[in-house]
Design a protein around this ligand. Structure first.
Ligand SMILES: Cc1c2[nH]c(c1CCC(=O)O)Cc1[nH]c(c(CCC(=O)O)c1C)Cc1[nH]c(c(CCC(=O)O)c1C)Cc1[nH]c(c(C)c1CCC(=O)O)C2
Length: 341
């Protein structure tokens, strides 16, 4: 995985899956029931290490991703957070500049200390050839959750703040740039060998706003992390960026880019992969579907990307209803490639 991220084309591309740990695995559900709340799971290194290892034991991915969530960052800034059964995350929304005083950096690293401990333990708990991935949400996506107070269809509150009061909104983004860079550096110091920035809602912005709230904050985080850890590759995942993937690749400074499900592999091979390693982009619903459709779609992605630096992944996270056998089928196909096609 690290060789691919450094720009080497591998005969057998490395693979891991976004949300490779989680509710599609019975052993996860069992441990989750014991842990109490989802946040208790994230902040308990014994549990978090175990959950990180579960998919590796079954499928032997080339990378382990720290088990945590992107929303621990607003939580560590003092914003109340709960995960409600069947509803997803809920935060007390912050919707204007005056409300930023509710956030504080004072206890940030103290709250996140169990995450660093989880990474330290994982450095010895995973096989040496397995790459340890740390992660954070990118500022725009974190701001979406902080301002909307959870998931949203329209992102109207966060957009109206960003469009109507850009100077005030920039104070939130600036804070997130600083703490996220710090958080990623602390993860690297605890043993993460690469880090991924998840920008799940990058795709909802028009291009000018995309430059300001997606590319620019990402560029600043990358520069700050590289100043302290120049050797650690950074993967950016601006989900839904569409044509703006080209701008993101040209200007954000990331070392590799994650492609969402909608990106054409042939287009990306020609226009992005000639500049940097790419990661992606099997539709998670294809993985849930399984069978010949899955085998064919996987084959097409490998054909398109395997000649250049590439990390096989999904175009978004594994969904809950995915049969675990389908992941085993996928892993088998990837491990046989290119010998058995
Ligand atoms: C937007 C986002 C979140 N979290 C994340 C993103 C970015 C990627 C994406 O776009 O999906 C990232 C994330 N969340 C989780 C991980 C763990 C590592 C992994 O295996 O990839 C990672 C990398 C665990 C999780 N994060 C969450 C769960 C489920 C919690 C449970 O057990 O109930 C897991 C395993 C909860 C969560 N966390 C979040 C939502 C919207 C939800 C609820 C929806 C859902 O449950 O799928 C925020």
């Amino acid at each position: 995985m690290l060789a691919a991220l450094a720009g080497e084309a591998r005969a057998r591309p490395p693979f891991w899956l976004m949300r490779q740990a989680g509710r599609y695995l019975p052993e996860y559900r069992e441990l989750r029931a014991k842990a109490g709340s989802f946040l208790d799971l994230c902040y308990n290194p014994d549990f978090a290490v175990e959950v990180t290892l579960q998919p590796l034991r079954r499928y032997g991915m080339d990378a382990a991703i720290l088990f945590s969530d992107i929303l621990v960052v607003p939580h560590a800034l003092g914003q109340p957070l709960a995960y409600l059964e069947g509803e997803g995350p809920k935060l007390d929304p912050i919707r204007k500049t005056e409300e930023l005083s509710r956030l504080s950096r004072e206890r940030f690293h103290e709250v996140l200390a169990p995450v660093y401990e989880t990474l330290r333990r994982l450095t010895t708990a995973i096989p040496t050839e397995t790459t340890l991935i740390g992660f954070a949400g990118a500022p725009w996506t974190i701001a979406c959750y902080m301002v909307e107070g959870g998931g949203s269809k329209e992102y109207a509150h966060v957009k109206r703040w960003a469009y109507g009061d850009p100077e005030g909104f920039a104070r939130l983004i600036d804070l997130l740039v600083e703490v996220t860079a710090d958080y990623l550096c602390a993860q690297i110091e605890a043993g993460a060998e690469t880090v991924q920035l998840f920008d799940s809602w990058a795709g909802v912005l028009p291009i000018g706003q995309f430059r300001r709230w997606v590319i620019e904050p990402t560029r600043r985080i990358v520069a700050a992390v590289k100043a302290r850890h120049p050797e650690t590759p950074i993967i950016g995942f601006p989900r839904g960026a569409g044509h703006a993937y080209e701008d993101y690749v040209a200007d954000s400074g990331v070392d590799a880019v994650g492609l969402d499900t909608t990106v054409s592999p042939l287009w990306a091979a020609r226009n992005l992969q000639t500049r940097l390693p790419v990661q992606g982009n099997l539709d998670p619903i294809m993985l849930a579907t399984g069978g010949k459709a899955l085998t064919d779609a996987t084959g097409e992605i490998l054909e398109s990307f395997a000649a250049r630096p590439f990390v096989f992944n999904l175009g978004h996270g594994v969904i809950q209803t995915t049969p675990p056998e389908h992941v085993a089928d996928l892993a088998r196909q990837l491990r046989r490639w290119p010998d058995l096609g």
